[in-house]
Write a protein of this length. Structure first.
Length: 215
């Protein structure tokens, strides 16, 4: 993905491991949001280590913790652990006030316990997650922040939650994140591309978005 940052060309790419189902998508947004909130709740440790259980992580993400999501959670964590991000002049090193080039996996480490031979997760599975250091530094600098998870989990459909994450991110000026915008204007086609809407026709983009902003 190529775009401009303060008038300069930048690029963001993600390479995945096919065996885990491709690049992070869908459910990973909810899981990543829960991990960031959990990191805050555990006082943002400098080493990026978070300790939790599979049950707690699913509940915080607003997902059903009765059984059917444990396999999906394991795949999501493996995608976040194995997918490699490359940000060329597109990663904000906020304390230094500049844009840098970095490459990292969202999770630097992942450990979990299992009582089953298939190594599947269960509600009692203890999980240790180690966030990548670029993300740790960004959160501790209060540039990357937790979302309102209570509101996020009140939204029923995946695209509606994705829209909320995009809207929340766009509210903040990267140079002055402490001053959120109350309103902003964006081109319909640009918004459709950001939301990964396949049909590029303006009327179809509007119809798709309107169907998910009433939740």
């Amino acid at each position: 993905m190529d775009f401009l940052v303060e008038g300069r060309p930048a690029r963001l790419t993600c390479e995945s491991v096919p065996r885990y189902g491709g690049v992070p998508h869908g459910l990973e947004g909810d899981i990543a949001s829960a991990i960031i909130l959990m990191f805050h709740e555990q006082d943002c440790p400098p080493d990026g280590v978070i300790r939790t259980t599979a049950y707690q992580l699913l509940k915080l993400a607003g997902l059903d913790a009765s059984g059917r999501y444990y396999k999906a959670l394991k795949l999501s964590l493996f995608r976040l652990r194995t997918a490699t991000y490359f940000a060329s002049e597109a990663w904000r090193e906020h304390p230094k006030g500049n844009w840098t080039t970095v490459t990292f996996n969202y999770l630097d480490g992942l450990e979990f316990t299992s009582q089953r031979e298939e190594q599947e997760l269960s509600g009692a599975s203890a999980i240790l997650i180690r966030l990548a250091q670029p993300i740790v530094r960004s959160i501790r600098a209060e540039y990357v922040k937790p979302l309102d998870v209570e509101f996020l989990t009140s939204l029923n459909r995946p695209l509606t939650r994705a829209l909320y994450r995009l809207l929340d991110a766009r509210r903040y000026d990267p140079l002055q994140p402490q001053l959120p915008h109350s309103a902003y204007t964006v081109n319909v086609n640009e918004w459709g591309e950001a939301c990964k809407i396949v049909d590029p026709r303006t009327n179809k983009i509007r119809a798709t978005l309107q169907g998910h902003t009433k939740s």
